[in-house]
Structure formats: C-alpha cells, structure tokens
Design a protein around this ligand. Sequence first.
Ligand SMILES: [Ca+2]
Length: 95
Amino acid sequence: MSNYMESAIKTVVTTFLGSAKGKDNLDGGSFQKLVKKQLGGMMENANVSSAVKEMQQGLDENNDGKVSFQEYLTLIGYLATSLSERKTGSNADAS
Ligand SMILES: [Ca+2]
C-alpha cells in the first residue's frame, strides 16, 4: 500500500518547485498558472484572473509581489482547512 501522506507532501513541494522554475518565489504569472491548472477544482474563483490576483495579494505577507514557499503553504493550509470543514460540516456556523 502506498504512503498517501508522503505522496501528498511531495506533490505540494514539487508543484511549487516546478512552477517556480528554479527560483525561490512564484511570480504573478506562475501563480496564476499553478492555481488555474492545479487548484481549479477546489476554488470557486480559480479561473478568474482578477480573483487569483486578489488572492495572491492576500497571501503576499512581505508585499514583494511574489508568492514564497511559506506564503504558498498558507494557501494549502487554507484549502485543507476549508476541505476539512466541508467534510465535517463545521462551517455551517455562520459567524
Ligand atoms: Ca511574498
């Protein structure tokens, strides 16, 4: 039986590295491509360029206009959290 969690973590890392093309950060265009290609099924607005740009700005904690690995992990964490909430129904709380 394969090791699902290791595979998932490797995928998260190799997806970033592949999109960053040897750099430490994803620029705006690379981030757009990554989200549209890899995360279109998980995010309602993944195919709307302006929405992806807005999301990128939200993730960009150091305001350098690029998405670092750490900032990318914030997005992964956010998506994992919303997926888990959907599965457990805990976001029924409209606070
Ligand atoms: Ca940044």
